[in-house]
Design a protein. Structure first.
Length: 365
């Protein structure tokens, strides 16, 4: 690497000339994306956050399913992108932007020139509401441009088919691109959550073995079926963060209600414990190493953050605690994941509300 059914009309594919100026380029309509003749794909998400980057992996899974003979390039601002997308067999190249690409105009211009020289068959703006993603989409020079219509103008130009489709769009952030792709291909909308691809990080067998060894070393013994190990990450940005004292009270309440639980603490980037080193603590600046140990735990609990999405992508049952009203949009959505709104909630009340999640966690064999 140098990831209720509605009627959708199918029309003749629209071919867009590379010479057409960006202001006259249009997004694909419903049913206008051909199921074949798509071999060079560009996926755009110029954002530096780990969580937003992991939320691209369902779209990569969908693209590998729909266009198995294609190559996929990505534009991202996330420094961990190589680690996140390793294992997606069709990812060819990652174009790395700086956090403030406008401050590095020469580097940005070189990237844009490389994109246009690649002459992509399809470019995808993976989410709604990203002005930088939409701008890159129209500057990419791709033959087909895809994204969920977001502005009034785009909805109007999309016509009644897109207006009808948008009324049924799934609310989760990670499904924006997936839904746009399915609509553009003229595929029916499926409302069963299990039929949508989940977030995924592909860990090699040796990485999984390393995760098992690391967890055993942290605990001082190999994990067994008698005690379930919960990873806690008591950190987040801004008002999503809950203080260390709150987390210690939550751990005590969980332990009192579920004596078989044991805990480890995942340390944040600054490498300092938020829980007074009461539990075995793990630190790594490597995303895949973190995913490897998380994947060996029985469960994971944290506020809304990138590590929450990493745990879900690693396949560990994940409970997200949300202090803001964005739970539906950003909740973890794996088969055993759950989310709680905890704004102004006491730790004991959250521990009681977490009981169904803990009881549903699969037991280690």
């Amino acid at each position: 690497m140098t990831r209720s059914e509605i009627p959708l009309s199918v029309t003749v594919p629209v071919v867009i000339d590379h010479a057409v100026p960006p202001k006259h380029r249009h997004l694909l309509g419903v049913g206008e994306l051909p199921p074949r003749d798509i071999f060079r794909i560009l996926l755009l998400r110029p954002n530096h956050r780990l969580g937003n980057t992991l939320l691209l992996t369902p779209l990569l899974t969908e693209l590998e399913r729909r266009y198995p003979g294609a190559e996929i390039d990505l534009v991202t601002g996330c420094e961990a992108a190589d680690d996140v997308f390793a294992g997606f067999r069709q990812v060819r190249h990652i174009h790395q932007l700086t956090r403030r690409p406008g401050h590095h105009p020469v580097r940005l211009l070189r990237t844009l020139l490389r994109l246009r020289r690649s002459r992509y068959d399809l470019a995808i703006d993976s989410t709604r509401g990203s002005r930088s993603g939409r701008l890159l989409l129209f500057l990419s020079g791709a033959r087909h441009l895809l994204g969920l219509p977001s502005s009034k103008r785009e909805v109007r130009e999309g016509g009644s088919a897109w207006q009808s489709a948008l009324a049924h769009a799934p609310s989760h952030f990670s499904l924006d691109g997936v839904y746009a792709l399915r609509c553009a291909m003229g595929l029916p909308f499926l409302d069963q959550d299990t039929l949508w691809p989940s977030m995924r990080i592909h860990l090699r067998a040796e990485e999984q073995a390393c995760g098992r060894a690391l967890l055993a070393d942290l605990l001082g013994h190999a994990p067994d079926g008698d005690r379930q190990v919960i990873a806690l990450f008591p950190n987040a940005t801004g008002n999503k963060r809950l203080c260390g004292g709150w987390w210690l009270e939550l751990a005590d309440a969980l332990k009192a209600a579920h004596p078989h639980l044991s805990f480890i603490e995942m340390l944040p980037a600054h490498g300092q414990s938020q829980l007074q080193l009461r539990f075995p603590a793990f630190y790594s600046s490597n995303v895949r190493r973190m995913a490897a140990i998380l994947g060996q735990c029985d469960g994971y609990i944290s506020a809304d953050c990138g590590v929450m999405h990493l745990a879900s992508a690693a396949g560990v049952p994940t409970l997200g605690l949300f202090t803001r009203g964005n739970l539906t949009r950003y909740r973890p959505r794996g088969p055993h994941d759950a989310a709680l709104c905890v704004a102004d909630c006491a730790p004991a009340a959250v521990a009681a509300a977490a009981a169904p999640f803990l009881q549903a966690m699969p037991r280690r064999s």
